[in-house]
Design a protein around this ligand. Structure first.
Ligand SMILES: NC(=O)c1ccc[n+]([C@@H]2O[C@H](COP(=O)([O-])OP(=O)(O)OC[C@H]3O[C@@H](n4cnc5c(N)ncnc54)[C@H](O)[C@@H]3O)[C@@H](O)[C@H]2O)c1
Length: 280
């Protein structure tokens, strides 16, 4: 079994930069690419900051900020894509990576709700695809779901699992495909009910968050957590569940769609369910 040494991250947004940072901290050689060069530079600032805080600034030499996807994947053993939650975009990207990456490279998606089995048709290497799904902030939640496509080989699965462990994370093995994996499935139920309580006018967001925090002992309630994830991502994920089940209770509320359309996306835009200052 070839060892995984070089990691490529495609998409340097909220999750991509965190995966790149932790892989660099664990001494992998990491290449990262984003179609938006400003976001790539923001990711550089973030990753440099993480490495400094962890007193490993010298590891900055092990991360490469790439202007072209070809540069990012040409030497990769494992590519993880973290581009927006849109199946057509992801298929297009998998198709592209399949054509330009070395033939043994494993291609994984960090998607929160799309099983890789729904993407795999566009690649030839169907035995080398995976879902590897993180739960940012990764240092606070060191775990990742790992799930197969329909033809993923045992070797690919084992390599993925070992890699997750090698970066100090707990692999959550999904034995049989399901949308939302393990923890996200449970979190989906709580999130759906919180959204429906709010949109139905049964309780306001602070009440729902307080009840959750007191009961679970967690520092944040569902609405703060959704603001952290990004309401565009939350909306897209809820839509995936709805399209899968067809059940009305899974349909994301129109009020959430209105917020997304207005650009109220949560912490990343400063306003979502709550107003966020940079300091907060
Ligand atoms: N936000 C979360 O908490 C969270 C948690 C786990 C998984 N995810 C999943 O991770 C993925 C990304 O989510 P995010 O919140 O990081 O999104 P994000 O919007 O913060 O980042 C996505 C990035 O992808 C870039 N991009 C778009 N198309 C691209 C392409 N073709 N090539 C390269 N870069 C491209 C965008 O410029 C953007 O910077 C989604 O599939 C989401 O479901 C998100």
């Amino acid at each position: 079994m070839n060892e995984i040494k070089n990691i490529s991250i495609i998409g340097a947004g909220f999750t991509g930069k965190q995966i790149a940072a932790i892989a660099t901290l664990y001494k992998y050689d990491v290449s990262i690419f984003d179609i938006n060069s400003e976001i790539l530079m923001e990711a550089k600032k973030y990753i440099t900051g993480v490495l400094k805080r962890k007193q490993k600034p010298e590891l900055s030499n092990h991360i490469y900020y790439c202007n072209k996807i070809e540069e990012a994947v040409s030497n990769a053993d494992l590519v993880i894509e973290a581009i927006p939650e849109n199946i057509e975009l992801k298929k297009k990207l998998f198709f592209q990576i399949d054509r330009i990456a070395p033939k043994n490279t494993i291609i994984a998606t960090n998607s929160s709700s799309i099983p890789v089995s729904k993407i795999e048709e566009v690649v030839d290497r169907k035995d080398k695809v995976l879902n590897i799904h993180f739960y940012p902030p990764i240092p606070l939640r060191p775990m990742a779901d790992i799930m197969r496509g329909t033809k993923t080989s045992d070797e690919t699965f084992e390599k993925g699992k070992k890699w997750i462990e090698s970066i100090g994370c707990h692999p959550i093995v999904v034995k049989k495909e399901i949308i939302g994996f393990v923890l996200n499935r449970m979190w989906h139920a709580a999130r759906r009910e919180a959204l429906n309580l709010w949109a139905g006018g049964h309780a306001d967001i602070k009440t729902i968050d307080s009840a959750w925090k007191i009961f679970t002992g967690m520092a944040m309630g569902p609405f703060s957590l959704m603001d952290g994830i990004g309401l565009d991502v939350v909306y897209a994920v809820q839509m995936s569940y709805y399209l899968e089940s067809g059940e009305l209770r899974d349909k994301p509320p129109d009020a959430l769609k209105d917020m997304v359309d207005k650009g109220e996306l949560g912490m990343k835009t400063g306003k979502g369910f709550y107003t966020w200052s940079k300091k907060k």
